[in-house]
Design a protein around this ligand. Sequence first.
Ligand SMILES: *[C@@H]1O[C@H](CO)[C@@H](O)[C@H](O)[C@H]1NC(C)=O
Ligand SMILES: *[C@@H]1O[C@H](CO)[C@@H](O)[C@H](O)[C@H]1NC(C)=O
Ligand SMILES: *[C@@H]1O[C@H](CO)[C@@H](O)[C@H](O)[C@H]1NC(C)=O
Ligand SMILES: *[C@@H]1O[C@H](CO)[C@@H](O)[C@H](O)[C@H]1NC(C)=O
Ligand SMILES: *[C@@H]1O[C@H](CO)[C@@H](O)[C@H](O)[C@H]1NC(C)=O
Ligand SMILES: *[C@@H]1O[C@H](CO)[C@@H](O)[C@H](O)[C@H]1NC(C)=O
Ligand SMILES: *[C@@H]1O[C@H](CO)[C@@H](O)[C@H](O)[C@H]1NC(C)=O
Ligand SMILES: *[C@@H]1O[C@H](CO)[C@@H](O)[C@H](O)[C@H]1NC(C)=O
Ligand SMILES: *[C@@H]1O[C@H](CO)[C@@H](O)[C@H](O)[C@H]1NC(C)=O
Ligand SMILES: *[C@@H]1O[C@H](CO)[C@@H](O)[C@H](O)[C@H]1NC(C)=O
Length: 511
Amino acid sequence: MLLSYSTLLPVLMAYAQLAKAEDYEIVGSFIFGRHNDREAKPATVLTPIGATNQYITGQFYRERYFGINSDGERNDTSSTLIKGLNDEGLFVDGQLYAEAISSNVILFSHYAFLQGLYPPTNLVKADYVDEVMAELANGTVVENPLDGYQYVKSNIQENATDAYIHIKGDVNCPSLTSATKKTMKSELWSTYSNESAEFLQSLYEYDFIKETFSESELTFTNSMNIYDELNVNTIHNATVAKEISEDVVRQVKVWSDLYQWTLSDKTINTNLTIGAQSLLGNMVTRLNTTKVKGTPFLTYYTGSFNTMFQLASILDLDQQDERFKTMPDYGCTYVFELLSDSNEDIFVRFSFQNGTSELGQEPTSYALFNSTDEIMPWDDFVTNAKNAGISGVSTWCDVCGYNDGSDTAMLDMCVPYSNLYESAKQLEAEGVNLSSIDIDSDDQDSGSNLTLADAGGIGAGVTIGVFIILGAAFFLFKKVRSRKQTSPVLPLAKEDADHTHSESSTVKSTA
Ligand SMILES: *[C@@H]1O[C@H](CO)[C@@H](O)[C@H](O)[C@H]1NC(C)=O
Ligand SMILES: *[C@@H]1O[C@H](CO)[C@@H](O)[C@H](O)[C@H]1NC(C)=O
Ligand SMILES: *[C@@H]1O[C@H](CO)[C@@H](O)[C@H](O)[C@H]1NC(C)=O
Ligand SMILES: *[C@@H]1O[C@H](CO)[C@@H](O)[C@H](O)[C@H]1NC(C)=O
Ligand SMILES: *[C@@H]1O[C@H](CO)[C@@H](O)[C@H](O)[C@H]1NC(C)=O
Ligand SMILES: *[C@@H]1O[C@H](CO)[C@@H](O)[C@H](O)[C@H]1NC(C)=O
Ligand SMILES: *[C@@H]1O[C@H](CO)[C@@H](O)[C@H](O)[C@H]1NC(C)=O
Ligand SMILES: *[C@@H]1O[C@H](CO)[C@@H](O)[C@H](O)[C@H]1NC(C)=O
Ligand SMILES: *[C@@H]1O[C@H](CO)[C@@H](O)[C@H](O)[C@H]1NC(C)=O
Ligand SMILES: *[C@@H]1O[C@H](CO)[C@@H](O)[C@H](O)[C@H]1NC(C)=O
């Protein structure tokens, strides 16, 4: 009896799960998508096939959540509809929250997806607007440009600003950079370098490789750059596609996957995953807003693969499927859906769609945080995510090592959270005139030009060490006060190149 019961139990449980799944309703969704097909790094160009595939991916989610297919037909009974989203598929401010960084490939991928999510729609027919005022006094009816192109609001983040860390928490982060360097000096790295050396060196026989890399660059440490060049050029260049077989590209990918995973694996060093940690922290805030307020129904962020590798590590996705240790396809999406059951209890379900080739199928769900259930109660999700993630600029600055007493150059946005800044504020509150302890502006960091005279009203007996600290504090203080408000502008080509480059660790591109 016991035996047959235990054999049956998983089946019964699976059945219960299946029956349950039908009862859930999607009430919100957070989508984190990778950019699409581009030129080799450093890249500034999103290609036409890249834009097209982003557009198609946007359409896929339009069908999933709005129930409207690419022919504009709506299925009112679709089980994946999010009720409350405009039923004509129009952009309504507050229903979507979107965020990307201002570097071409990511930004353009972001817009192309949004164009698919909110395609041109002729407002003349819309119920959402009472009156579109298409008609003029003289009877002429004027149509919208571009067939009713929809203007979708998004939040574009610039380098080194507070919200930049949502998508690019790996950039400007000294402790992540040092974790990367440390990993690259490890025994493990040396083993991988030795194991891959023969194969990578053998690539030198190919003309394309010879034109692109020197022989000494054919190393494990450079394997992501090699893969990137091969991947891009076998997609776009007929000569290269003919010369280098898919099989060779696949073999290179085995090493570049290992390279990227090793630099994203929390079990090697948790600081390698700070990018994903700050994304996860922000995701909880966003999903919580949807849960508490009901809107926005959709949140869409666009970023890059290195954050996805890190996410896979902190969400324990590699425990579910080894393929999470490998490069996901262009345009793939990590999706976190908020589900509500008949008791209005809220759950989170994660699924992954591996690029355009998988679209059309139901996205595959995976259990998060090494749980056994693909549908996780909200409170469990929050508890796990709080353990694995970080929230807020102050914490990020701390974790990135801006406050650890080392001589790391201070990032402006981290100044208000630094210990010295706190001390300076306190001193000022105690009546000390910090302006009287100025230091030579060419030598701000050392404070070596301080003299007792500079210290003005501060009593004798104060040591030079304290002057240095106070001087530094004052410098920070001044820096924050004079902080300029920078306004978002269209990105420069150089910045773009740098951003896109930083996607794969700190290794300099050779191309
Ligand atoms: C509409 O959605 C329902 C539920 O998901 C599905 O069973 C049905 O086939 C869909 N209808 C069409 C026309 O796609
Ligand atoms: C009506 O006004 C519009 C805009 O001024 C003009 O382009 C159009 O020619 C006018 N139509 C007629 C019939 O006058
Ligand atoms: C890798 O090869 C180098 C040079 O042959 C050797 O010095 C080093 O010990 C090897 N490292 C490992 C981990 O095997
Ligand atoms: C394609 O690759 C070949 C070999 O590297 C190169 O000579 C050629 O210029 C490339 N073609 C284009 C259009 O980039
Ligand atoms: C969600 O938002 C509510 C209301 O602002 C707040 O009380 C709660 O702490 C938040 N929960 C999380 C997990 O952030
Ligand atoms: C996604 O697709 C790529 C390319 O086909 C593959 O290498 C990778 O393992 C896939 N990832 C997952 C998680 O399925
Ligand atoms: C995940 O769960 C499995 C089975 O319980 C366990 O063997 C494994 O060590 C866990 N992995 C992590 C990273 O916690
Ligand atoms: C991670 O970075 C923090 C802040 O710089 C540092 O204190 C900590 O030792 C680092 N952890 C590891 C494992 O390197
Ligand atoms: C603080 O010191 C500066 C520079 O010595 C001086 O200009 C300023 O008047 C002082 N402020 C106060 C409130 O004493
Ligand atoms: C981003 O900002 C940091 C800090 O100001 C700066 O060091 C870095 O060069 C900037 N990167 C780019 C790509 O502009």
